[in-house]
Design a protein around this ligand. Structure first.
Ligand code: F6P
Length: 357
């Protein structure tokens, strides 16, 4: 008998259910007797012993279902070692619940913050296997995370819709794409949607270069311009500020986000009509795309294999088109940024896309 705990933590994304289904199917088809304990709302469920016993049936019919059947929440790593409002030691509580249920292993699905806590639990002696989820694709140790391709599809759709109205009105349109720290999603959706300008956190922009690109398009006879802006896009000036100074600046900002600040600057400098569209959390919603269904199922089945092999302390990742096992200590605490000199950026530039740099 194997007793497996499972939880999804952090922001949700598409294919979380597909990945869990992959794990459970692999274990079930191995002929092993398995008990699944699903912790509800991420680490909170593990801390407060809030779980449901699940069977193979609970994972049936969820391949195409968005969100997570276990629910999720953000439990910041920063405060995980601090007692809760009732003085409870959260790390000890998680360990106690693990031991009380006599778990053989915990399967944890999450992004960056989740992996830091997962690694801490590993250091504390728990058997952990993780799966890489996030629409941001910013997890170290894997070329791809599940959720990313589905989000690229949705953000691309948003840009496609904007294209026709922007062209009709001859307007400058900004589509704000998710990603506070990295620009993978914005770059891919921007290229897929034929954006003329792409602004991402890893390549600070100069607003005059952005304006120059709009004017160049005007001269070529294009009446409209589409700009894909990552939530975390930053100007060259702001990039020179310390983290603390920049945070202060953002606190004082009167615009709802950087996209509106950029829109105002373009409007002022060009006199053009500028509009902003923010697809927001739609990017994390709905059914996973076929790529993510396959990808998450593959990762899930490898996680099942790891459990059957008794191999713990790994994230299942994807490197050079192969499913791989990556030690958790190599993953935790590192972000996978987009290299400003990456070939995809160079190719985008050859296509005439401006990064405002
Ligand atoms: O981490 C995924 C993500 O969707 C980011 O792209 C986005 O910046 C953030 O989460 C939004 O977080 P929340 O759902 O807490 O508003």
């Amino acid at each position: 008998m194997r007793r497996i705990g499972m939880l999804t933590s952090g922001g949700d994304c598409q294919a979380l259910n597909a990945a869990m289904r992959g794990v459970v199917k692999t274990l079930s088809y191995s002929g092993e007797n398995v008990e699944i304990y699903g912790f509800l709302e991420g680490y909170k469920g593990l801390i407060y012993g809030n779980f449901q016993m699940l069977t193979g049936k609970d994972f049936s019919g969820i391949l195409t279902k968005g969100g997570t059947i276990l629910g999720t929440s953000r439990t910041p790593f920063k405060t995980i070692q601090e007692p809760d409002e009732n003085g409870l030691n959260k790390v000890e509580a998680m360990k106690q619940n693990y031991y009380k249920l006599k778990l053989d292993c915990l399967v944890i699905l999450g992004g960056n913050g989740t992996h830091k806590t997962a690694n801490l639990l590993r250091q504390e002696g728990l058997n952990i296997v993780t799966l890489p989820k996030t629409i941001d694709n910013d997890l170290w140790g894997t070329d791809m995370t599940f959720g990313f391709q589905s989000a690229v599809d949705i953000a691309t759709n948003a840009i496609d819709y904007i294209h026709t109205t922007a062209a009709s009105h001859g307007r400058v349109f900004i589509v704000e794409v998710m990603g506070h720290k990295v620009g993978w999603l914005t770059l891919n959706a921007g290229m897929a949607g034929g954006a003329d300008i792409i602004l991402i956190p890893e390549i600070p922009y100069d607003i005059d270069k952005v304006v120059a690109k709009i004017e160049e398009r005007d001269k070529r006879g294009s009446r409209f311009t589409i700009i894909a802006v990552a939530e975390g896009a930053i100007s060259k000036q702001d990039a020179k500020l310390s983290k603390k100074e920049y945070r202060k600046k953002l606190e004082k900002m009167t615009h709802p986000s950087v996209s509106y600040e950029i829109a105002a600057a373009i409007q002022e400098k060009t006199g053009r009509e500028v509009r902003v569209t923010v697809p927001g959390h739609m990017q994390r919603g709905g059914s996973p795309c076929p790529y993510d269904r396959v990808f998450a199922s593959r990762l899930g089945s490898e996680a099942g294999k790891l459990i059957l092999d008794g191999q713990y302390g790994f994230m299942v990742g994807y490197k050079n088109r192969e499913i791989v096992r990556v030690p958790l200590e190599d993953v935790a605490g590192k972000l996978k940024y987009l290299d400003p000199d990456a070939t995809i950026v160079q190719e985008a530039k050859l296509l005439g896309i401006s990064f405002g740099d």
